[in-house]
Ligand binder design. Sequence first.
Ligand SMILES: [Zn+2]
Ligand SMILES: [Zn+2]
Length: 118
Amino acid sequence: MGPLHRCHGCGPLHSAAEELLDTADELTRLAARRTDACPVPWGVCPEHGATLRSTAGRCWCTASDCLRRWFHDRLGEPCAEPVTHRVIDADGDRIDFCDGHATDARARILGATVIPLC
Ligand SMILES: [Zn+2]
Ligand SMILES: [Zn+2]
């Protein structure tokens, strides 16, 4: 068993196993997300909508009567709030949002209809 023989094939096998692990990680992460989670790829204040500011990994709501703070960059992370509203835009496209994103959509999307889901 020379060094060439010992190493033959182990490199590719190793990286394939790593890829499998990565994939499994990804699947676990996706499965952990609620199926009814808001699809928007950034966070909002659950009450005020797109009022967040973030710096240095912290995040806060800028509404004057809101005391919400997060010690992570909520603004830069996918929204994981449960969907509570259906927003239908002027073209009839519909998408389900959480409280905060529905508030934002109501203010931002012209002609949008926002319907509570429950
Ligand atoms: Zn707020
Ligand atoms: Zn949301």
